[in-house]
Design a protein around this ligand. Structure first.
Ligand code: ZN
Length: 245
């Protein structure tokens, strides 16, 4: 029986005595598993399979169905601080929603697993503002999935736009400066060159000037929406209680 490290993302009751669990496994990527006997009250097995728990699970795939059977689970980290704080829980929920909506099933993404684990740890430790953690997570997660935007260099005239605005064409990953776009075509998502510079690089969030914070949130939503058309923009979720100034 294989053992794997898993972050539990979603848990739903199935009939009387079982749960269907969706989890991100370090070894196997996004998976769905079936846990018989995980619903009884005061049940350690069930508790270890609650959403936002890091645990070591053992189970096996079935030859006749795609469903993985979870036989045993031990909690490695329960992220108590997040569970006890509605604000942190809301931000962690965004990360979970991203993973559930953007990852193909059963495709190992060990770096994304580590990024998610680190993001939950940082959220729980309250060392950095949740909003900053979301921006970092979304930028890195998109990069790991192959969607890091290019630096702000016009695809036609090759000019680097440092201060002005550029037009980004997400479907093609190309971008145009204002001049070339005027001559060439319509459409594109308008975005600041400086923000695109930050998104395409590796500088810390603290190096992104405050005036770009909201635009960063909205633009990341645009990029995520390209992967998952059903993505509900994070910028539109008004219940996120933390002020994003
Ligand atoms: Zn140009």
């Amino acid at each position: 029986m294989a053992e794997e490290l898993a972050l539990i993302l979603r848990s739903a009751r199935y009939q009387d005595a079982a749960k269907v669990i969706t989890f991100l496994s370090r070894e196997g990527g996004l998976r769905t598993g079936f846990a018989r006997g995980a619903t009884a009250r005061d049940n350690r097995f069930g508790a270890s399979l609650e959403p936002l728990t890091l645990c070591r699970i053992s189970g096996r795939g079935s030859a006749t169905s795609s469903l993985y059977r979870i036989h045993h689970a031990d909690i490695v980290e329960s992220f108590r601080t997040i569970h006890a704080d509605f604000n942190l829980l809301s931000w962690a929920g965004l990360v979970v929603r991203f993973l559930l909506g953007c990852l193909p099933p059963d495709h190992p993404e060990p770096l994304l697993f580590s990024l998610t684990q680190a993001t939950f740890s940082d959220l729980g430790s309250r060392k950095e503002a949740p909003f900053f953690l979301w921006l970092s997570f979304a930028r890195e997660a998109l990069a790991l999935l192959g969607y890091r935007p290019a630096p702000p260099v016009c695809s036609l005239c090759r000019e680097r736009v440092q201060e002005g605005r550029v037009f980004f064409f997400p479907g093609e990953g190309t971008l145009l400066c204002k001049n070339c776009r005027r001559k060439d075509r319509k459409g594109g998502v308008e975005v600041s060159g400086e923000l695109l510079g930050w998104l395409s690089g590796t500088a810390a969030v603290s190096e992104l000037p405050d005036r770009f914070h909201n635009e960063a949130m909205v633009f990341l939503d645009t990029l995520i929406g390209e992967i998952n058309p059903r993505w509900i923009p994070a910028a539109s979720v008004s219940f996120l209680p933390e002020v994003r100034d």
